[in-house]
Write a protein that binds this ligand. Structure first.
Ligand code: HEM
Length: 371
């Protein structure tokens, strides 16, 4: 779908896909989108919908069924623990050369993160989430088959991520099939989500904001072991990311298929209606936020737990809260630091940036380091 409508954001033009633009123009907090879908950006109603029933297994993204069965809870938690270990390990490891950040964002950043965190995995595991492969079902099937017969003899344990280890140590064919699917989904969700968040932050900061923080990001690295100044700079970047999660949240829409649980929560919602929840709209509503369209990282200064802020749900509400939220912000902060330290320049033709209609909301631009 091509974009057509422009809206001003921080002196640039951001051009949203027409369907997103239509939503942004809505003033009501509960509205009908089509014959079977109701949109909601009302804070209390969103909380009620999320709490009304657990997410069904088929509605999940990372943990939807794989290899013909639901993902057991204990293997889901093992996967998150493994992912956490790999992310923390990656954050401590020197990043790949910054030229890997050059090119079209968010794709350049997605590949860069995959290279950074998962390049130690042997072929064919490292191919599982490679973009060129995930876009082709035929190639994905070939790689899945190759991973099913991995590892090669003598390759035990060396240099491989905890997530890949889940595949190697699976006890039977079904567990292995599920571990393969979860490797693909977890690495893709992580790299795509963090790339989108970091790209949105770089764009929202604008040239002046990036310049202002470039020195501080560098100082943070220089003074890593020296206390206060490090904390000040880190707090700045964290606030930039929370404000980005407010204005351009990668998870901009959450979807629930209809049924009894939602009918009765609001007169507009009938049993046969699906419900689309819009953090993107709620995060910009003037009833909930002062100067909602301004990018003001300062609003998060001194806020100990941003997710307790009313009408803010970049990682979901209680009942279906993101399991990886504690990994996403630190990794995005690390990537943002690398981008700022390497003076990554954001190039926007005609000062117009596009946000296409995708499940993850992300600004598109071209980047060059060392500018
Ligand atoms: C920028 C990255 C991410 C963002 C913005 C994000 C955001 C969210 C949001 C908004 C929800 C609530 C969904 C709903 O209520 O429908 C959610 C749930 C969840 N997320 Fe994330 N997420 C990110 C990355 C990840 C990653 C990397 C993983 C794991 C590999 C993950 C695992 C989950 C799980 C397991 C749930 C709970 C859904 C359920 O109850 O089954 N997320 N996330």
């Amino acid at each position: 779908m091509e974009e057509s409508a422009a809206a001003p954001d921080r002196g640039h033009s951001i051009v949203y896909a027409p369907r997103i633009q239509d939503l942004l123009a809505r003033e009501e907090k509960v509205f009908r989108i089509d014959a079977t879908t109701v949109g909601v950006s009302h804070c209390d109603l969103i909380a009620d919908v999320v709490a009304a029933r657990p997410v069904r297994s088929a509605e999940r993204s990372v943990y939807k069924p794989a290899a013909g069965a639901d993902i057991p809870h204990d293997s889901a938690t093992r996967t998150i623990r493994a992912l956490g270990k790999d992310v923390m390990e990656g954050i401590r490891t020197p990043p790949p050369p910054a030229r890997g950040l050059n090119g079209p964002w968010p794709y350049a950043a997605t590949s860069y993160l995959r290279q950074w965190l998962f390049a130690s995995d042997p072929l064919p595991v490292s191919l599982l989430s490679k973009r060129g492969i995930t876009r082709s079902p035929a190639l994905s099937r070939i790689v899945d088959r190759a991973v099913t017969v991995w590892p090669e003899p003598g390759g035990a344990g060396h240099g491989r991520t905890a997530l890949a280890e889940q595949i190697r140590s699976a006890s039977d064919a079904r567990e292995r099939g599920q571990a393969i699917a979860m490797y693909r989904r977890a690495t893709a969700t992580l790299c795509d989500g963090v790339a989108a968040l970091t790209g949105n932050a770089l764009w929202l900061m604008g040239p002046a904001g990036r310049k202002q923080l470039m020195g501080r990001a560098g100082r943070k690295q220089l003074m890593d072991s020296a206390g206060r100044e490090h904390d000040v700079a880190a707090a700045d970047l964290t606030a930039v990311l929370w404000e980005t999660l407010r204005l351009l949240p990668p998870a901009w829409m959450l979807y629930r298929t209809g049924g009894d649980a939602y009918a009765g929560l609001h007169p507009e919602i009938r049993r046969e209606d699906n419900v689309a929840l819009f953090p993107l709209l709620m995060h910009r509503h003037p009833d909930y936020w002062s100067e909602p369209m301004d990018f003001r990282p300062e609003r998060w200064a001194g806020v100990p737990d941003p997710e307790k802020t009313p009408a803010f749900m970049p990682f979901g509400f209680d009942g279906a809260r993101c399991w990886a939220k504690h990994l996403v912000v630190p990794l995005a902060e690390r990537l943002l630091t690398v981008a700022l330290d390497n003076r990554l320049a954001v190039r926007v033709p005609n000062q117009e940036t596009h946000v296409p209609l995708r499940s993850l909301l992300s600004v598109r631009f071209d980047a060059r380091s060392g500018a």
